[in-house]
Write a protein that binds this ligand. Sequence first.
Ligand code: DAH
Length: 339
Amino acid sequence: MKEKLEQIRQEALKRIRESNSPDKLNEIRVAYLGKKGELTAVLKSMKEVSEAERPKFGQMVNETRAAIEELLKQAGTALETAAMNERLKHEVIDVTLPAKRPVPGHKHPNTIALEEVERIFIGLGYEVVSGPEIEEDYYNFEALNIPADHPAKDEQDTFYISGDFLLRTQTSSVQIREMQKGKLPIRMIAPGRVFRSDEVDATHSPCFHQIEGLVVDKKVTFADLKGTLDVFAKELFGENTKTKFRPHHFPFTEPSAEMDVSCFKCGGSGCRFCKGSGWIEILGCGMVHPRVLTMRGIDPEEYVGFAFGVGLERIALLKYEIDDMRLMYENDQRFLDQF
Ligand code: DAH
């Protein structure tokens, strides 16, 4: 029996020495130590051994098992070390290479311009509010004194969702929602996305941003409107900026005006930027139409309001001298990195 065990040990040793992979080692483990392995078979023949010799016999089998296990372990470690050394020969880490920098996010020019506008109006005591982008036809048009058959409704080619709901064409709808809250006085700006069925070109996009402004209080005059927007223009484009108000028409304001600012590029003498006129159109504004106030239950004899609406992209394009609006929406990092 002793010879038999010694023979098994020698054989296993030989096979372990010849094996060159962890898989082979595992095969050997199964062949000798497994349930149907050679050592197990020897153990099973125990019953043929006399009772007196059994403990000694058992001890010998255990020693052989331990020896083979030890050999397998050593061989396994040797194989792992060899594999690691081989890998290290090929895997070279060049610690002198520059590290990959994380690319941090960046504010969009629209965001920078909006934060600037908000800063100015918050400084003047305005609250920043918002309204829904999916709006009721009533808030977008009728409540702003634009009846169903009004040509202004055609001008703002609209994305209708159903007969009563649409993607708002102007942030002016937020004026109505604020007045409806019933708290006076109001001093608010409402920035947000607006939508029109326009073809994309250098100056148009079906989705763009406006900032609406509304003040409703007692004894508000057109002079307050002019003074406020003049301060706004100077803060935004520089203290030498001049403003000019041209009569215009908007259904929800009376009187209405458009405000131009003196060209901040040439100072007003005329250049390519202002198309030679020295002035750049910047926003629409006016005194809130008494009918708009009345519809909201506000007495126009007691309260007066002024309102204005400015295109955010228009400001960003002017301020950063960007000549194509499409660049604002393409998310090209080479463009965005410049601001
Ligand atoms: N909502 C107008 C537009 O989209 C802009 C506007 C003009 C807003 C005059 C106003 C305003 O509040 O008083 O063309």
